[in-house]
Design a protein around this ligand. Structure first.
Ligand code: G
Ligand code: G
Ligand code: MN
Length: 649
């Protein structure tokens, strides 16, 4: 201890290290602030943290280096000094590299020009290290008179380096200025003038070697400008960024938590300044009372009347208990003057889910669930369950793959698989057609249409899947053409797709590419409840019919079937849904209806297909009704495309 004290005193007699000490304290304080304020852990903050660490090391090694130079001449040892000098040079280069990267990456565009940035950073580091290490290797840091180290030459070299650094960072920022907002440009360049003033000082004051410590200042400025979170001064809560950082850490560390999202839609929509004033005051009171329930509870203010309350918990039971206490507190009537009023609030309860590991997924899951409030109205509590999280994950997995299929635009994509269900023709007693049914094969798992078609429709990918199915069906039909019995394969197309402007040319192009004849492909479409441009649909269907493609009306008898439109469109066949047949067998009225409809359609010239025939009784029944084609498990389940040939031989 005594020797440390002596060392410090002797230091201050020889060199002035006040700046270094001040900067070390500053960095440590900054660390503490970051620890408490939880700024959002962005890409930039990572560079920032790295820079701060290097800066701290630089200052420490610099002091150590100076310590070596003040030893009495007889105890001079070249080794420790050289080691400290080398470490100093490396960490100093690291600090400047981080500054350089930070400044460059302020432009979002630059983050994707990784190669360019790496090359520039590489050159920057190489030049810098050479400038620092060369004088030492050349012995310029040794005093010629007594063999001791002299820092005055180092100081001059360092002044030149710093000037160079300020110029490089300034220049790259200037080149980058168009990709960076005005306010960021202004803020980020503050430190260049500060640095230049410091360089001038260093040039005149040789007993203090503070300049390498001054690089702490830019980091301080960056932090204040770009990483501090907005604090809500009414409720005294931190905001969205701090909330996200907290959740992120919990997810990363698998730390269980519960979250209650509270929103007050009724106050939000009311425009009464008196109520507004009281309500905001109450938000403040509530926030404090909530925090008193448990010391781990945090309230984050996301926007006015929208709060996220989080509490880390030991286990599920504790989570339930805290959630109930929160709900009790929040649903208490408010006392205003001598009146009690009940504020309408919506609560969304959630927690950590094993499946959800990224904050993006977590926030998306909550957002999806939140939509339910629109249907349920005000004063509701909705819970995001484990089942929701599982379904979300599954949905996201399928969606990701479908989107990838869409962007690959590969008609031969082997994730899309065509199964075929052969269809029996009653007149000839042979299989003449087959329906292509889509499956997805992802990581060796087969996914069925009832699961992925709704997802594909929602994310706007259904057409990309249809294109691939059409291509595969067309290629298969070309192969099956060799068999005399074969007439055509049918492919399901969503009605939405038929409203697209270029669908005819596109479909025709796909048939040509597969080398198939249009008459060997038929399209099945289902009536849709969605509002679409029916004029365009009719126009497209007419054009495709004129190219030789027949259309089936699929799933007749389910949901929404508009008879007027059925007759108005050039369908060649009507495909009765299985549910209609099953019902007709049990129910007399439906039987009469189906009998009437089948006669009517036959008279109008449609051929009739029925699906879902599983037993011989069902087959006999539909035969009597005069159906032309039967599709059903009685004949065959859907089979892989490679197994379908035998049906047409
Ligand atoms: O084969 P499966 O029973 O799983 O089919 C379920 C539903 O998915 C059927 O109603 C069928 O119309 C639909 N489907 C199957 N393949 C396709 C396809 O390629 N495109 C569209 N739009 N729907 C399909
Ligand atoms: O696109 P469409 O809804 O017409 O598709 C026909 C659907 O009916 C496919 O999902 C197919 O797997 C299914 N299907 C075909 N035959 C039978 C059957 O005999 N029984 C049942 N339950 N479903 C069938
Ligand atoms: Mn179909």
């Amino acid at each position: 201890m005594q020797s440390f004290f002596n060392f410090m005193i002797s230091f201050f007699h020889t060199y002035d290290i006040t700046t270094e000490v001040v900067m070390i304290v500053l960095i440590l304080v900054l660390y503490l602030i970051i620890q408490c304020s939880k700024p959002e852990n962005t890409y930039m903050l990572k560079i920032f943290r790295m820079g701060m660490r290097f800066s701290l090391l630089t200052i420490i090694f610099h002091i150590a280096m100076l310590g070596e130079t003040i030893k009495i001449p007889t105890s001079y040892n070249i080794i420790p000094f050289s080691v400290f000098y080398l470490l100093f040079s490396i960490s100093d280069t690291g600090t400047l590299l981080c500054l350089f990267l930070y400044q460059n990456n302020l432009s979002y565009k630059r983050r994707f020009q990784i190669k360019k940035t790496m090359v520039m950073a590489g050159i920057f580091c190489a030049v810098w290290l050479t400038i620092l290490i060369l004088p030492m290797v050349k012995g310029l840091l040794l005093n010629n008179l007594d063999g001791s180290f002299t820092m005055s030459k180092f100081s001059d070299a360092y002044v030149v380096c710093s000037l160079l650094c300020a110029i490089i960072v300034g220049t790259t920022s200037f080149i980058n200025r168009r990709n960076v907002s005005k306010i960021v440009n202004f803020g980020s360049l503050i430190f260049i003038p500060i640095e230049i003033v410091a360089i001038v000082f260093q040039f005149y004051f040789h007993t203090a070697y503070f300049i390498c410590a001054t690089f702490t200042i830019p980091f301080l400025i960056y932090f204040i400008l770009f990483h501090t979170d907005k604090y809500d001064d009414i409720t005294g809560c931190q905001g969205y960024a701090a909330y996200k950082t907290f959740i992120k850490r919990c997810l990363q560390n698998k730390k269980d938590f519960i979250q209650l999202t509270v929103s007050c839609p009724s106050i939000e929509s009311r425009n009464n300044s008196e109520i507004e004033r009281i309500a905001i005051g109450e938000c403040n009171r509530f926030s404090r009372e909530i925090e008193r329930i448990d010391r781990r509870l945090r309230v984050y203010s996301i926007s006015t009347y929208h709060y996220n309350i989080i509490c880390t918990v030991k286990d599920e039971f504790e989570g339930e208990y805290i959630k109930d206490r929160l709900l009790d507190l929040l649903t208490e009537p408010l006392q205003i003057g001598n009146r009690y009023i009940k504020v309408a609030m919506n609560f969304l309860a959630s927690k950590r889910y094993e499946e959800i590991t990224s904050i993006e997924d977590y926030l998306r899951l909550l957002k999806q669930k939140e939509k339910q409030f629109f249907n349920l109205g005000i004063d509701q509590t909705i819970e995001v369950t484990d089942k929701d999280a599982k379904a979300f994950k599954r949905h996201a997995f399928i969606e990701k793959n479908i989107l990838d299929i869409k962007y690959q635009r590969n008609l031969e994509d082997d994730r899309v698989i065509a199964f075929v269900q052969p269809i029996y023709n009653i007149n000839s007693g042979k299989f003449k057609t087959g329906e292509c049914l889509m499956r997805l094969m992802i990581d060796g798992e087969m996914i069925f249409p009832d699961e992925f078609i709704p997802i594909a429709e929602r994310c706007g990918c259904i057409h990309s899947l249809t294109r691939i199915m059409l291509y595969k069906a067309a290629r298969l039909s070309k192969q099956l053409c060799e068999h005399d019995n074969f007439e055509a394969l049918t492919v399901n197309v969503s009605t939405i797709e038929m409203a697209e402007p270029n669908v005819c040319e596109e479909f025709y192009g796909i048939f040509m590419r597969a080398g198939a004849k249009p008459e060997n492909i038929r399209l099945e479409i289902t009536e849709s409840t969605k509002v679409i441009d029916y004029r365009k649909v009719t126009e497209n269907i007419n054009q495709l019919v004129s190219m030789g493609i027949n259309f089936y009306l699929d799933d007749f008898g389910t949901g929404y079937s508009n008879l007027d439109r059925v007759i108005g469109m050039p369908f060649s066949s009507i495909k009765f849904d299985k549910s209609l047949m099953y019902k007709a067998i049990e129910d007399k009225k439906t039987a009469q209806l189906i009998s009437f409809l089948s006669n009517f359609f036959k008279q109008k010239g449609f051929s009739l297909v029925v699906e879902g025939v599983e037993t011989e009784d069902q087959r006999d029944y539909v035969k009597k009704l005069g159906f032309d084609y039967i599709q059903g498990y009685l004949y065959s389940k859907p089979v892989p495309a490679s197994d379908v040939e035998k049906f047409f031989c």
